[in-house]
Design a protein around this ligand. Structure first.
Ligand SMILES: [Zn+2]
Length: 575
């Protein structure tokens, strides 16, 4: 649906801001000299400073967080190629044992690499061929030493044997040994944040991913394991255990690697050539067949905006889990009660949330943003969560049109705190706060309003995803892409929303002279400049405020004069 259909003619008093795109320059054809009126800046209103919330110093990172978070020399000297996680899970003893085969290419000559495994788990041995390797454990890191120099450009493979009882940790437990509501075994993993090394040995960071992976899980014969990738087959091991084999054809985050062991029943469908597989507890089968029909519409919507589902060879799966949900790659886990909304609630308070299953839409949206495109450091996790929250609104737009999408997005405003910058500290495994979701989505919608051309915006979304798919990127990559492809210097806008606590505030000053209003942005970024629609809904004028005062004529009174705050996530201060 076309969205920016209303009048966008330029007011005769616009001042050229830092916007140079062709789409915007058409609106800024009639330029007047910048008005930096002296009387206005001395007004009490203009001198009012931003009420900055106190930003308490974050506590210093722990040694474990620094070892987890840093991309140190023993990580940077190698590039992951492949894992084969091959384990046995004993539900009764709540015990895991087995090995991860890790294949990697050296990028520099060296005799040491860093892997990770929580200290609660035992290292049984680490082999290269038949040679046992020495290692040193430090706060969750495992430094593996080689008897001879490994050479840059060469590929090596080691087998990392381990065993133990994984500790339950974090929001979803890391790896949990639970019972389903009927009292049967239910074992699941969900370890984003705490890290996959809570249950298996790997290079536990975000920057580097294997190119493919095999997952083999031996479990008692009566159980089913659903992991990521394509189901290869199962083998009866003859000792009461059956091994389930899955193959992941694509790069995968460590934290996306998942086990789901239970009494699952399976049903399937197709979307064109894409296999859709669903795994639920037997008593939920009928409910799931109804609720999971939403997966097709979700896939169609996101494929419309971004292109083909990223993991076609692995298929798309929804797997029941005892927590609300998680974007495990190609095996999205689901615990949303087979109800619309989020756990049956109107998540945004707009009524629109109740039209769809939040977990199916949100967690699956991560297949594009989070799983295919991954942030290189958790500090930049808004690339996952801000974008995926924005994807929810695209889903709404695809299904019900733009007006509902805007309504839905604006329901997020109440959840934004604006107490801390969205981007956290890099290199210390620090995850940003909740604003990365809602403020991230509202910022993205603001960018759409800045671009002010629906066709161009859709091309940008598609191009951005296609350019970075299967890559691990930083905020700087995102900003550079949008700057280049819009021809607009959006860096101050991204910086204001991502690197400062506060959102920009449009200062409007009436009454200096009849029929005019003074305006400027108050922002932390010195060169902040952003066009914004003002005036009367339906007859908006686009003005180009900077951080310097300008003025425009208006026939509207202070009370009548409005700002399109549903299209731009900004504060407004009328004086
Ligand atoms: Zn998410």
């Amino acid at each position: 649906m076309r969205y920016f259909g209303f009048c966008t003619y330029a007011c005769g008093l616009l001042t050229l801001a830092a916007f140079t795109s062709s789409s915007l320059s058409a609106q800024t054809a009639q330029q007047a000299p910048s008005q930096t009126s002296a009387p206005a800046v001395t007004s009490a209103a203009a001198q009012k400073t931003l009420a900055k919330p106190s930003e308490a110093e974050a506590p210093p990172p722990t040694r474990a967080a620094m070892l987890r978070g840093a991309y140190g020399p023993y990580r940077a000297n190698n590039d992951l190629l492949y894992y084969h996680l091959d384990i046995r899970v004993d539900p009764e003893k709540q015990f895991v044992s087995g090995k991860n085969t890790i294949r990697f290419k050296m990028l520099a000559d060296g005799t040491r690499i860093q892997l990770d495994l929580r200290e609660t788990l035992k290292i049984d041995k680490i082999l290269m061929g038949t040679t046992p390797l020495k290692y040193e454990r430090d706060s969750g890191a495992v430094f593996v030493d080689f008897p001879q120099t490994l050479h840059a450009g060469q590929v090596y493979s080691i087998e990392f044997y381990y065993s133990g009882h994984p500790e339950e940790i974090g929001r979803f437990g890391g790896m949990t040994f639970k019972k389903d509501p009927a009292g049967r075994v239910w074992i699941n993993t969900a370890c984003e944040g705490d890290g996959a090394s809570v249950w298996w040995p790997n290079k536990d960071q975000w920057r580097d991913e294997v190119e493919s992976m095999d997952i083999s899980v031996a479990i008692p014969n009566n159980l089913v394991d659903v992991s990521n990738g394509k189901f290869v087959g199962k083998t009866d091991l003859g000792d009461g255990y059956t091994r389930w084999d899955w193959h992941v054809h694509y790069p995968i985050n460590n934290y996306d690697v998942s086990l789901n062991i239970g009494s699952y029943v399976h049903f399937s469908d197709m979307l064109g050539e894409l296999p859709l597989d669903f795994y639920v507890l037997p008593e939920d089968l009928d409910k799931a067949k109804v609720q999971f029909a939403q997966a097709k519409g979700m896939l169609e919507a996101f494929q419309h905006y971004f292109g083909e589902y990223p993991f076609v060879k692995d298929g798309y799966k929804l797997v029941a889990a005892p927590y609300s949900g998680m974007e495990h790659q190609s095996a999205v886990t689901y615990g949303n009660l087979f109800k619309n909304g989020y756990l049956g609630r109107d998540w945004t308070g707009t009524g629109i949330s109740m039209r769809f299953d939040f977990i199916i839409i949100h967690e699956s949206g991560h297949e594009w943003f989070g799983n295919s495109i991954t942030a290189a450091d958790p500090a930049d996790m808004w690339i996952h969560e801000g974008w995926t929250t924005y994807l929810e609104s695209l889903y709404v737009e695809y299904r019900w049109g733009n007006a509902d999408a805007i309504k839905y997005l604006n329901g997020d405003k109440a959840k934004v705190k604006n107490l801390h910058p969205i981007i956290a500290e890099r290199g210390v495994n620090e995850e940003p706060g909740q604003d990365q979701y809602f403020k991230g989505a509202l910022m993205t919608n603001t960018l759409r309003s800045v671009v002010n051309d629906d066709a161009k915006w859709r091309a940008l979304l598609h191009g951005f995803y296609q350019h970075f798919k299967y890559q691990n990127i930083t905020t700087e990559d995102v900003v550079a892409y949008f700057n280049q492809h819009t021809g607009i210097n959006l860096t101050p806008i991204f910086n204001q929303y991502l690197r400062h606590a506060q959102i920009p505030r449009l200062e409007l000053l009436f009454g200096e002279a009849p029929g005019m209003v003074m305006y400027k942005w108050r922002a932390d970024e010195d060169n902040f400049a952003m066009p914004v629609r003002v005036g009367k809904p339906g007859e908006w004028q686009i003005i180009h405020p900077t951080t310097k005062w300008q003025w425009m004529k208006t026939s509207l009174s202070k009370d009548e004069f409005q700002v399109a705050t549903d299209l731009y996530y900004v504060d407004v201060n009328k004086q």
